[in-house]
Ligand binder design. Sequence first.
Ligand code: AMP
Length: 439
Amino acid sequence: MSERARGEEAAAGKAVAPGAAAVRGTRDILPPESSRWQWVEGVARRVCERYGYREIRTPIFEAATVFTRGIGEATDIVEKEMYLFRDRAGRELALRPEGTAGVVRAFLEHKLYAGPLPVKLFYLGPMFRYERPQAGRYRQFEQFGVEAFGSADPAIDAEIISLGIAFLEAVGLDRWELRLNSIGCPTCRAAYREMLVTELSPRRQELCRSCEQRLERNPLRILDCKEPGCQLLVEPLPGLESYLCSDCRAHWETVQHYLGELGISYRKYPRLVRGLDYYTRTVFELVGTGLGSQDALLGGGRYDGLVEAMGGPSVPGIGFAAGLDRLLMSLAGGDGLPPAAAATDVYVARAGEVPMGAVLQLAERLRRAGIRTELELAGRSLKAQLKVADRLGARFVVIAGEAEWARGLVTLRRMADGLQEEVARTEVPGRLSELISET
Ligand code: AMP
């Protein structure tokens, strides 16, 4: 760890011993929180299935050029936020800061464009950005994203937005705002860019430091700068809409028409450009409302030039990515989150001199019968064991007591009301399956 990084840790009041804590900006997901992650990932998979999107898994690291070419050199992600490293053979690699560039690389490598189009894919997994950590912002975070290649039809723009909304609603977020814009194609954008440079150059001193640089390299980004000074300067300038060429305008209007047909309300956001170079035409964000924070939960857009820019044929594309860390945080504040699942169905308690090997066998038979089973391993008193069973949410306890055991029996206790019955050891799996399916 560098001195500076260690200083940051100390300032954050964190343990500074190297290796004693997760690296700054990363964290552990412990049970029962991990079950919430499984749940949200399950929802994403099921929604994608309904819309015909299938899973792609790409590597967590790629050649750095995949991202520098794919995302664009003059973007915050590539300039400041990538985890770059050389492997032992000297290759320049990067941990993926987002999902799209790697998916496009895979799309080209496996010539998916030669098969039936559109190709509709989704991914789930960690992304890495060297950003300043704060609430809801991590250096390793989880995204769910979808990409559709091979259709320039505005209908797929509407479909993918609808999928994003279906996902948010399926996790219980039914208060959202759809922010929508069109940033045109390189042709109409060039004229707009020129206008921006002409208007803003004489007042460049009033821009923030980053925007002063953006003016040369990526003037569109000035539009969504959060600095009040920059916002004030761009406020009176016309939006991109009035600069759209006729094809882009027709696309933009049809997307809005289809959203209307689907009953999806939206708000036009002329300042929405999204950070990455590859976007064309439709860009959108879904923002949770009534959550206190106005952060985008999900963002995406069309990227018709990206596949070609990465060395492939001219194939249009569109996609979005949702940040799952923030999504789960917003749910934790509301009431959409399901209760953490009980850790087990059955607890096998041992009282007195009952042979451990035989109890282990019994637990094993229950597990093979598909019953979630925990086994007492700490040698606690029966009373303490019942307490543990209760804490784990077990619905039944199998009490292997010395006297019944000797007669080939065990006691089954229903935790809800303490009702007990004696059952032959050989019949425990069958009887418990029955009882569990009854409740
Ligand atoms: P982006 O790829 O920047 O468009 O981000 C898509 C979504 O990922 C955002 O709306 C956030 O919810 C999430 N996200 C982006 N960066 C981070 C981060 N550093 N930590 C947690 N979530 C993030």
